[in-house]
Design a protein around this ligand. Structure first.
Ligand code: PGA
Length: 254
């Protein structure tokens, strides 16, 4: 048996509109989730309500992939925290590297969004990660500490206690990514936990799940979750098919 509860989930990114999402959610609802796993799925906005309704009576958490920090107003093309709540979601992914790289997401806007999400009762899943250059220069830890500290700036220890963090090296994400060595991930997570201890004390820091993401697959998931400071995995491609997600859950739980 694994020694800790594990958060295991996937973001569908820009895949699965309402029709495909309904089918996928029905398959997800039939997955036998291991007792030690807290499962989540993060569909695109247009499928959020469908998926939330399909999984309403299950243990699955459902999240959005982004949101605006304001409650309402003249923000064409944006989605507010209330809208996400109204669709039945209880979490929101913030600061994914694809948002940072292609849509101008900054540490500052991630911080605004984290505060707003918490105010609206949405659990933020905050993504942080080093670029290939930062990794090559050996400043991974500095980058992660900076991104995390700014994301959490201005929050109380209690509020910080509601967040989930995901370390996702930018160089490990996607089809062109290279899966990170488990040892490297273990060190990065332990150092992140240490920074959290400085911010909110050890007892609180130990309660915050730090997930790992970036080319997680059936072949490597259990190696990551075996690491002391890895509290789950955040999966892309390998979990878009619900059977892939189910297989990864079984692999880490057995
Ligand atoms: P990947 O995506 O598993 O397809 O590399 C991970 C992510 O972007 O969270």
């Amino acid at each position: 048996m694994p020694r800790k509860p594990l958060w295991i989930g996937t973001s569908w990114k820009m895949n699965k509109g309402p029709v495909a999402a309904r089918d996928a959610a029905a398959q997800i609802a039939s997955i036998v989730v291991p007792e030690t796993v807290t499962p989540f799925v993060i569909p695109p906005f247009t499928s959020l309500e469908t998926v939330s309704e399909s999984l309403g009576k299950t243990s699955w958490h459902v999240g959005a992939q982004n949101m605006h920090w304001e409650d309402e107003g003249a923000w064409t093309g944006e989605i507010s925290p209330q809208m996400i709540r109204e669709c039945g979601a209880d979490m929101v992914e913030l600061g994914h590297s694809e948002r940072r790289e292609h849509f101008g997401e900054s540490d500052r806007t991630v911080n605004l969004k984290v505060k707003s999400a918490i105010r609206h009762g949405l659990r933020p899943l905050i993504c942080i990660g080093d670029s290939a250059d930062e990794y090559a220069y050996g400043v991974t830890h500095e980058t992660l500490a900076r991104q995390m500290k700014i994301a959490l700036h201005g929050l109380t220890s209690d509020q910080i206690g509601t967040v989930l963090l995901a370390y996702e090296p930018v160089w490990a994400i996607g089809a062109k990514g290279k899966a990170a060595e488990p040892h490297f991930v273990g060190v990065a997570h332990t150092r992140l936990r240490r920074v959290l201890c400085e911010l909110i004390g050890e007892e609180n820091a130990l309660r915050i799940p730090i997930l790992y993401g970036g080319s997680v697959s059936l072949d490597n998931a259990a190696q990551y979750t075996a690491l002391r400071d890895v509290d789950g995995v955040f999966i892309g491609r390998s979990a878009w098919d619900p059977s892939g997600l189910a297989a990864i859950m079984q692999s880490v739980a057995s």
